[in-house]
Write a protein that binds this ligand. Sequence first.
Ligand code: SAM
Ligand code: SF4
Length: 418
Amino acid sequence: MHRLMVRGVVRGAAASIDSSSRWVLPDPKLLHTARPCLSDAGSSGDRQTQSPETSASSAAPSSTVDSADKQNKSNSERERSQPTTAATAASTLSDSFGRFHSYLRISLTERCNLRCKYCMPADGVQLTQKQQLLTSAEVLQLASLFVAEGVRKIRLTGGEPTVRKDLTEIVAQLKATNPLLESVGITTNGLMLTRQLVGLQRAGLDALNVSLDTLRAARYEQITRRKGWDRVMAGIDLAIQLGYRPKVNCVLMKGFNEDEICDFVELTRDRNVDVRFIEYMPFTGNRWDTEKMVPYRAMLETIRARYPAFEALPNGPNDTSKAYRVPGYRGQMGFITSMTEHFCGSCNRLRITADGNLKVCLFGNTEVSLRDALRSPGCSEDDLRCLISAAVKRKKKQHAGMLNLSQMENRPMILIGG
Ligand code: SAM
Ligand code: SF4
């Protein structure tokens, strides 16, 4: 018999879940399955390889804190001190630090049609066997459960979500069956948008993030190990024509694309896009190095040198990005400063991996298998809620810091989904 182990801490109860027949109540630590290293995962026999070549600091430099930075600082302090309501404090999705998690990112696939060097390890990743991945019915079932508990925003990611044939159908179903859901978005490399975006919009897609690290076609091929820059640009322009304001995610790296920072600012002159520079983050196999990371404050200095009027904008309570713009430009900019100024205090995100593990922190390597629970005979929605709540309650206050993270075993980013 498959024995699944749960300690329920929902609604104040150390719940006993049908201990006689289907479920037992063991050591809650056993719910945390530390991710095995990929080589171990590979030898377990349920994964196949996706190779990179086949198929298809140091602390931020100190600078004077100017008024724009102060505005961002006070925004984030305000976010942190926001009280949770009594209702959220007792709920499945609130953690022991008062953070309520209303944003769920679901990875739909481990596959990708690009091979970005900072995301996919040089020796590839072991792919999980199909039967171990969540089916679309399971994705929808879990999504509805999270929405019932208070999730209001879902982002579909991957791997590359657009390689999944039923993406449009999943978006349509999410929208049709979850009226409380305020936004369904995707994060995509943009290669397939010109073919798929009209259908996705009809299905109800609310938002999209497109990853693009360079504005030069030849460089694009170097970083992604594939061609396609012009298709991505066409996809971004189509998104604008269809009325979206796409977020353009750019991982800035020293010695690679940091010389394009002002070119990306120029992209916002006539295009209504939100370009977000992401600090390069360490994940298993991506050969992260502080020397390659461009800290947020260094980015800001470079931009300010050319655009003295570059100004900070107000941020929302759970924004991960610090918003800026050049006055008069149509679009705006943002900085995702996970490494040098983390925003763990206002984190409202949970993640489900394509193989069905709940990950309460991007940088944490403890995971809980919702797939195994779902597939366990007799598992009820309450059982699932208990499992989810227990995992959320164990979420740590903040991540371990970039140098520690670089030493830690975690999934490669391609198997998490960002
Ligand atoms: N394939 C889709 C895409 O590229 O947008 C979705 C998945 S991708 C893993 C999600 C985001 O993670 C992308 O914006 C990508 O740039 C970002 N990412 C991947 N590896 C990263 C790293 N080491 N540091 C910072 N961002 C990273
Ligand atoms: Fe694929 Fe996105 Fe990772 Fe690039 S960043 S390899 S597009 S999953």
